[in-house]
Design a protein around this ligand. Structure first.
Ligand code: PMP
Length: 460
């Protein structure tokens, strides 16, 4: 590997980083003794750090983003060509890549019909919250403005999105929050809250219904959910869950907002996570995998019925969506997204995700047989969580420092894996695996082996 000239002095780069950069989601105290990782090159699932060390990335860029893998020349070329033709225009103007990508995207999303561009997952979700409030203001006499969100789900970093945050570690200390967001219980049966439930999906739905009735159905505009909760523990829904959610939304006229920021664009082996469960959403938001991190782009997608409510002639002409995203007009985004989608299609990556996902799942179940510290394995496609416990019978969560050591051991062996957000007990004990959708059988087996060895090293 050849470093660009500016990288010839790795120690200097690391020093500049240490001295001047404030990293995301990082307790910087650690960098007083340890060196922050600095990655300089990537190909497929492989990353090279500034010292030339090769690593296998089982996280797709740390946070489930680089779906098509690193080093995609064709995406760089598409972005390059678009930037030379036209880099940007915002507001009411259309664009070539924006209109073509919206059309292609909607072909994968039957029932949906409009795409609103932005540049982050948080922003895409904020757009929905604003649309719901505007619909309430203009069509429900100011009622139906509240939004239900779920314990353990995450929808972004801005204060509106944090008001819909089901992870205490992410939102503690940042209040007061935006009013009108109401929490419903998580649906992780392994950490059951409804202990005697014979049908856990029904028990969850009953609890949600009780909250809807407590708040008043005529006050609730939307329900916002991740199809599979990501950072809150890789939580797949119990059987029948989504049918009941859909039914509640229909009965109480609540709009259904599915946050596909993690699951979108193939992560679970279907284009979107919700398509695994036969859900018919009113809003779908997406960001990370839309352009696999080659450009910043997010989409808020909705139905014609929703869109229609923003273009009826109102007496004061205030019924259009009075919102803008400056960088939603940056055309690198849709240009990268179009090529990203072409790659997923032409390389058969949905199918590869299913095949390699099944291999990874089988691999993890094998590990479960050998390591009593694995309490549960959950996931779909190439999106898995391994919940670690101190005791399988009591399900007491494994201490966070040991989970961190497991992650560190994998890294020592050259494999990057993730773990859930630090928060309350039983939030911080799940290893997260989300390799790029181009993963090979060899990659999958190596990921499994490194976890196997790390668990043995840390727990015997
Ligand atoms: N929704 C989900 C489910 C996410 O996981 C994230 C980011 N981890 C977001 C929204 C926020 O996206 P962003 O960081 O791009 O604002």
């Amino acid at each position: 590997m050849s470093f660009p000239a500016t990288l010839n002095d790795p120690a200097h780069i690391v020093e500049m980083d240490r001295a001047h950069v404030w990293h995301h989601l990082t307790q910087h105290k650690a960098f007083e003794t340890a060196e922050p990782p600095v990655f300089v090159e990537g190909r497929g699932l492989r990353l090279w750090d500034i010292h030339g060390r090769e690593l296998l990335d089982a996280t797709s860029g740390g946070v489930w983003t680089v779906n098509v893998g690193y080093g995609r020349r064709s995406i760089a070329d598409a972005v390059h060509a678009q930037l030379l033709a036209l880099n940007y225009y915002a507001g009411s103007a259309g664009s070539v890549p924006g209109s073509v990508f919206a059309t292609r995207l909607l072909e994968k999303m039957p029932g949906m019909s409009r795409v609103y561009y932005g540049n982050s997952g948080s922003e895409a979700n904020e757009k929905v919250f604003k649309m719901v409030r505007q619909i309430a203001a203009q069509h429900h006499g100011g009622r139906k403005w509240k939004i239900l969100y779920r314990e353990r789900d995450y929808h972004g970093t801005s204060l509106g999105a944090l008001s819909a945050c089901g992870q205490p570690q992410r939102c503690a200390d940042y209040g007061p929050f935006v009013p009108g967001f109401v929490e419903i219980p998580h649906c992780l049966e392994y950490r059951a809250q409804f202990h005697d439930a014979a049908d856990y999906g029904q028990a969850c739905a009953d609890a949600i219904e009780a909250i809807i009735l407590r708040e008043g159905p005529d006050t609730i505009g939307a329900l916002c959910l991740e199809p599979i909760t990501a950072g809150g523990g890789v939580i797949t829904p119990p059987p029948g869950y989504w049918e009941r959610i859909q039914d509640l939304c229909r009965r109480y006229e609540i709009l259904l907002h599915i946050d596909e920021v993690v699951c979108g664009l193939g992560r679970t082996g279907t284009w979107f996570g919700y398509q695994n469960y036969g859900i018919r959403p009113d809003f779908v938001t997406m960001a990370k995998g839309v352009a696999s991190g080659y450009a910043a782009i997010a989409c808020t997608v909705t139905t014609e019925a929703i869109f229609d409510q923003f273009k009826r002639a109102a007496p004061d002409d205030m019924d259009y969506f009075r919102d803008i995203s400056t960088f939603g007009g940056c055309l690198a985004g849709p240009a990268a997204a179009l090529e990203n989608m072409r790659i997923i299609e032409d390389e058969g990556l949905l199918n590869n995700t299913l095949l390699m996902g099944a291999r990874l799942h089988a691999n993890l179940l094998g590990l479960m047989g050998r390591h009593a510290s694995i309490g549960e394995v959950r996931g779909k496609g190439l999106f898995w969580g391994i919940e670690l416990v101190a005791d399988r019978t009591t399900r007491a969560p494994l201490d966070e420092t040991i989970v961190q050591r497991v992650v560190a051991e994998c890294r020592k062996a050259g494999v990057l894996i993730g773990m859930t957000n630090r928060s309350l007990p039983s939030f911080n004990n799940t290893l997260c695996l989300s390799p790029a959708l181009v993963a090979t059988a060899e990659d999958i087996d190596r990921i499994g082996e490194s976890i196997d060895r790390a668990l043995t090293a840390c727990l015997g």
